[in-house]
Write a protein that binds this ligand. Structure first.
Ligand code: DGY
Length: 327
């Protein structure tokens, strides 16, 4: 009997040390990996030819062209991310390809970072560090680098999923009194745990001191935050985004910050990524841009990597995935 051809996996980046070792121990498969910096779409198309499984990140656009380039052998796309807007799910479904993603394991890391952004922006921490380093710290002055505290305030969360709930818990621990939320539909069970109230978007915008974007990117959230949304926010309010850059219409955020329509922004996600170094968002003292690091802890990235490896292996063997997208 002829030997079965070995199954092939393509991995779009080098992994963490622990998960890289595990990947390298999968000697029963032919594993190809892109390890040298960013992978262009053109290179991706070449690399996936004839593979059975693709292990990707949120920075890799897995569209129809990629699935076509892989061909009929492709059985599974395993993304090491909770977000999946970079994958054409309609096309995957048409081709019978299963798609795995990595929720749950990153909830704490992302909620921690969202909380950190809230504190950094509301207490002007980056500006304070810069001031100290550059000789701006002259003497104790009552008016020096005043921020706002969270005690007794109202926070509005867009998307009360796992991360939104995690952030609500953290905000309450910092004294936030009222948590409002908005999303596709009310989520009474989560809301009960998070002590959150479902309200219309305009109410959330009007009443919140902190607005946090924790939703997924889809047709209803694309550019949800435009100039008119910012205009409805309090001038003292801040916005934090750990969702996807495209939830904010970025040029409108630039205009809102320039015109003092809102008090500040903390962004872990932007459009495009990486954001060019001469982008106007970097020029505002009251805007913090992080290089999409919300899930970047050793513990979380190991957990995400392990789960994504489990998924790619299960998918090529025709086994169920722990977290498959319902497509
Ligand atoms: C993801 O995994 O989709 C998030 O962007 C983590 O930050």
């Amino acid at each position: 009997m002829a030997a079965q051809p070995r199954k092939r996996i393509f991995v779009t980046q080098r992994l963490t040390d622990n998960t890289q070792k595990r990947l390298e121990s999968l000697t029963q498969y032919d594993v190809d990996q892109w390890e040298t910096g960013p992978l262009s779409h053109e290179e991706l198309l070449k690399c996936v030819k004839g593979v059975h499984g693709i292990f990707c990140l949120s920075s890799n656009e897995i569209n129809k062209e990629v699935m076509e380039a892989a061909g009929d052998s492709l059985k599974v796309i395993s993304t090491m991310s909770v977000g999946h807007n970079h994958i054409d799910l309609v096309e995957a479904k048409k081709r019978g390809i299963v798609v795995g993603y990595t929720p749950d394991v990153l909830t704490d890391a992302v909620a921690d970072l969202a909380m950190a952004l809230v504190l950094m922006v509301s207490r002007r921490l980056v500006e304070a560090v810069e001031t100290a380093k550059t000789g701006g710290w002259i003497t104790m002055q009552p008016n020096f680098l005043l921020g706002h505290q969270l005690t007794g305030k109202t926070a509005g969360i867009i998307g009360l999923g796992r991360i939104g709930e995690g952030l609500a818990t953290r905000l309450r621990a910092f004294g936030v009194k009222k948590i409002l939320y908005n999303g596709r539909r009310p989520k009474p069970d989560v809301a009960l745990r998070a002590h959150a109230n479902y309200v219309d978007l305009d109410v959330l915008l009007r009443e919140s001191d902190v607005v946090a974007l924790c939703c997924s990117l889809n047709d209803s959230t694309f550019h949800l935050f435009d100039y008119s949304a910012f205009r409805q926010m309090k001038p003292s309010a801040i916005i934090v985004n750990v969702a996807r850059g495209e939830v904010i219409k970025q040029e409108d955020l630039v205009a809102a910050l320039s015109n003092g329509i809102i008090a500040g922004a903390g962004l872990d996600v932007v459009t495009p990524e990486p954001l060019p170094v001469d982008h106007p968002l970097y020029k505002f003292k009251n805007c913090i841009v992080l290089p999409h690091i919300a899930s970047a802890t050793v513990e979380t990235r190991d957990a995400m990597g392990n789960l994504a490896i489990d998924h790619v292996v299960a998918g090529i063997e025709g086994q169920p995935l722990q977290y498959a997208l319902d497509i």
